[in-house]
Design a protein around this ligand. Structure first.
Ligand code: FAD
Length: 388
């Protein structure tokens, strides 16, 4: 068992770190305050290969593993968790199109997404179907050589500013549940698509979030991903990786916050000594570092399992997402606390990291839903090896 990063992974990490330090870190606070969606920087990331990190090379991606992806994404997230998170959602959508699209879709849409020329949104959640996504109501009804899609999606990241939508819609009866869901890819400006206002959020200000309404939107059959009824399975496959990506964005944010707190403890003096001299605060820092490293190891173990095609990959992705997003949020919270009042003001980045990481406990499946997935499996017989 070798826990070291390979030479290639170290090179990816250095490239991502240099890119993030130059193109993202100096602007992240401004993007947050002014609610700027930095499309040009995301496209620059695309030129580095970061818009199709695990998309196969044949479709214009880098064809890297989930472990490599995690190494890269953590560096981007150290600079700006919100922008890195959008890049990962785009990566997930790109991978789905590249893997499950028809040959024509693979040749035409996937490479333009992998390069970052076209950005993508992932449309699963509905007003009445969040955690219970398998119960979604958006319909895709057969119409000649295609389908007509009608319904609403909410909380869609990037919506209104992306060029491609990956949409889950019901082709079967409502009572067929998840089995009646199909996946489609369509141009984001198709006739009949309407966008709601940009939601005012606690964090993730560097990316828009909108409701999308589909009013009898035509999509050719060739734009279906997989077979009819495969959509939910495809959506969940995408989310295994998506959960690792979001967990990794938490790692990056927590790493940055921890190092800031460490520096501040050396800089700041009270009662005639630096904060670093107080053992209570040293212990706090020790716990933060310990929890962060534990979270990173869980993410990398889950990435390894996913790369291996392990039957328990979903379980491990859920455990890593639950643990890392909770632990890293706490690291940011403690880093803010270590800054005292300065942690609470915008001149310092701690409150931004805290706000950005909070939503990671909610999306790509809430952490309660992660517990549901984990508990279901742990309650089954024959689980011992899965958690060893
Ligand atoms: C900023 C942001 C960006 C997002 N981006 C996207 C996107 O790009 N694409 C997309 O499709 N979705 C996106 N989402 C939606 C996100 O995935 C959902 O908000 C999430 O899945 C939860 O759904 P819900 O909000 O409807 O909450 P609900 O499902 O209504 O849950 C409410 C509460 O009940 C809990 N709960 C629900 N069911 C159970 C249960 N069985 N057992 C125990 N507890 C339960 C939940 O954990 C939660 O605490 C985004 C959300 C946000 C906030």
């Amino acid at each position: 068992m070798d826990f070291n990063l390979t030479d290639d992974q170290q090179a990816f990490r250095q490239a991502a770190c240099a890119f993030a330090a130059k193109a993202m870190a100096p602007e992240a606070a401004r993007w947050d305050i002014d609610h700027v969606f930095p499309v040009d920087v995301i496209r620059e990331a695309g030129a580095m290969g970061f818009c199709g990190i695990y998309t196969p090379e044949a479709q214009g991606g880098m064809g890297l593993s989930r472990m490599d992806t995690s190494v890269i994404v953590e560096e981007l997230a150290r600079a700006c968790p919100s922008t890195a998170a959008f890049i990962t959602i785009h990566n997930m959508a790109t991978w789905m199109v590249a893997l499950f699209g028809t040959e024509s879709v693979k040749d035409t849409i996937a490479p333009r997404m992998a390069s970052g020329e076209w950005l993508g949104s992932y449309c699963l959640t509905e007003p009445g179907a969040g955690s219970d996504a398998g119960n979604l109501r958006t319909k895709a009804v057969r119409d000649g050589e295609g389908y007509r899609i009608s319904g609403s999606k909410v909380f869609i990241s990037g919506a209104g500013e992306t060029q491609v939508l990956v949409v889950m819609a019901r082709t079967g009866a409502q009572d067929s549940g998840a089995k009646g869901v199909s996946a489609f890819v369509l141009p984001a400006d198709s006739d009949g698509i309407h966008y709601g206002k940009n939601e005012e959020k606690m964090g993730w200000h560097s990316q828009p979030t909108r409701q999308i309404t589909f009013d009898n939107v035509y999509v050719p059959s060739g734009n279906r991903l997989g077979d009819e009824g495969d959509g939910f399975r495809i959506a969940m496959k995408g989310l295994d990786g998506g959960r690792l990506n979001i967990a990794t964005c938490s790692l990056g944010g927590a790493q940055a916050a921890l190092l800031r707190a460490r520096d501040y403890m050396h800089e700041r003096s009270q009662f005639g000594q630096s904060l670093a001299g107080f053992q209570a605060l040293q212990f706090k820092l020790a716990d933060m570092a310990t929890n962060l490293v534990a979270a990173r190891q869980m993410v990398r173990l889950a990435a390894f399992r996913l790369d291996q095609g392990d039957a328990e990959a979903t379980l491990h992705c859920a455990m890593a997402k639950r643990f890392a997003t909770d632990a890293c949020f706490e690291v940011c919270n403690e880093a803010l606390q270590l800054h005292g009042g300065y942690g609470y003001i915008r001149e310092y980045p701690l409150e931004r990291y805290l706000r950005d990481l909070r939503v990671h406990q909610i999306l790509e499946g809430t952490n309660e839903i992660m517990r549901l997935i984990i508990a279901r499996r742990v309650l089954e017989a024959g689980v011992a090896e899965a958690i060893q």
